[in-house]
Design a protein around this ligand. Structure first.
Ligand SMILES: [Zn+2]
Length: 450
């Protein structure tokens, strides 16, 4: 209660009196936006999946350049970089004994191949990554490690931080203990017979092993089999391939500001996607939302500061586009960064990292967002993988947090397709980003966090 009173005492004059009329009008007209849907629909229909360092991702970059130019952005260009490619192969998991049946599996990004004949080995199961870490190498050696867990949906997506490490690091831990392969319960909250993919990371010097994700119902089935107490053996076939050095790239576009000496605003999302769906919520929607908002600001007259929109490449492989961007542009002055990369559901919360110089802007944005059903949250805003290096270097962070309750039902699955997006929710996102940009891009205040 005390906190509320303090806040109210600190901001009412800035908030109530000074909601910029222009920003409010831009916010309201953005609720009719068609640009974000058109980008999301176009990219998922005309390109589809956009796995990093593939020909499909290259086609997506060309599509992006054509679309960003057609929308009227300036300085539209591809900034290429090189990375190691990886592509999916055959994927099969069969219980050989004691309860023979097929399970649904998909390889994790960075998985080694079992070879076309597959491998047959006994399963050793663990309820968590910590339990696997605590296991002795004797328990694991030569076996197929299986890790289950109980990830639950949360509005803020924090379940990913709790359970994601099973996918991110489990394979490396298993390999160090001599495992033949690892399969995990998909990092997902649905109960469909589809696997959730995503990258796994082998520590330097650790031998990559085959690594896959089982669909949640198949993982639950395997957990029940193990609970019967008899040895369970599986034949696992995963034949992904590393394709060597390949090109990826970031696509950059700008709305030039009236004062080029002012630090710019960097927003965007990632153009690449996993290869099973069409990357609609991850992350066609994110680039569409931020681009549509920037276009609305551009069309309303030149803003004070430059807005740079980046459609990053190879985010899913560990933020390689982010690294390349920071290498090329880290020395340029960035006032504020923000990324939309958490689906397409409604934004429920606003957070902003800024120094004292940004408090007026923050209060005005908060007031503008309230009529969209968005609360101002306390604590740190999360920058998003692609803009994180710039944030770490001191830029302010704009956090417009989407409701993540249903995000992990679709995340990195074949079900990440256009039909899952609610056009009204997409428009609410565009309105929120437009409102925030309208204030931040027209303010000369120091928005940096450090
Ligand atoms: Zn993403």
């Amino acid at each position: 209660m005390k906190k509320v009173i303090l806040l109210a005492a600190a901001v009412p004059m800035l908030v109530r009196g000074e909601i910029p009329e222009k920003a409010a009008a831009l916010r309201d007209s953005a609720l009719q936006d068609e640009v974000a849907w058109s980008i999301t629909e176009g990219l998922t229909t005309e390109v589809g999946q956009r796995l990093a360092a593939t020909e499909a991702e290259a086609r997506a970059r060309d599509w992006a350049v054509a679309r960003l130019k057609a929308l009227g952005f300036s300085n539209v260009r591809i900034e290429p970089f090189t990375m190691d490619g990886w592509v999916r192969g055959e994927e099969k998991a069969e219980i050989i004994s004691p309860f023979p049946q097929r399970l649904i599996v998909a390889a994790l990004g960075g998985s080694a191949s079992t070879g076309s004949g597959g491998i047959t080995a006994q399963i050793v199961g663990f309820p968590s990554l910590d339990a696997l870490k605590a296991a002795s190498p004797d328990e694991v050696k030569g076996k197929i490690v299986f890790v289950w867990h109980r990830m639950q949906p949360t509005q803020d997506g924090s379940g990913y931080g709790m359970f994601g490490p099973i996918r991110w690091y489990g394979a490396s831990v298993a390999s160090k203990k001599g495992a033949a392969a690892i399969i995990i319960r998909s990092i997902g909250t649905d109960h469909h017979r589809i696997a959730h993919v995503g990258s796994t990371n082998f520590e330097a010097g650790v031998k990559p092993i085959p690594a896959g994700a089982l669909s949640v119902p198949d993982a639950d089935n395997l957990e029940r089999m193990l609970a019967r107490g008899k040895p369970v053996s599986m034949r696992l076939t995963l034949t992904p391939q590393f394709t060597g050095p390949r090109q990826s790239g970031n696509v950059v576009a700008e709305v030039p500001g009236r004062d080029p000496t002012l630090p710019m605003i960097l927003i965007g999302g990632h153009l690449d996607s996993w290869d099973l769906g069409t990357g609609a919520i991850d992350d066609a929607a994110g680039i569409a939302i931020t681009t549509a908002a920037a276009k609305r600001i551009m069309d309303a007259g030149r803003p004070l500061r430059t807005i740079r929109v980046v459609w990053f490449g190879a985010e899913e492989e560990g933020g390689l586009g982010a690294e390349a961007y920071f290498k090329a542009h880290g020395s340029e002055a960035h006032a504020l960064v923000g990324e939309s990369d958490f689906g397409a559901d409604r934004i429920w919360q606003f957070k902003m990292n800024t120094g004292a110089g940004g408090n007026v802007v923050k209060a005005r944005i908060g007031a503008l967002l309230a009529p969209l059903g968005i609360v101002t949250g306390s604590g740190e805003a999360h920058a998003g993988t692609d803009v994180e290096p710039v944030a770490n270097a001191g830029a302010g962070v704009l956090g417009l947090n989407q409701d993540g309750t249903h995000y992990f039902e679709l995340h990195h699955t074949p079900d990440d397709t256009l039909d899952k997006i609610d056009p009204e929710a997409l428009r609410q996102n565009v309105a929120a980003w437009t409102a925030a940009l309208a204030v931040a891009a027209d303010s000369p205040d120091d928005l940096r966090a450090k």
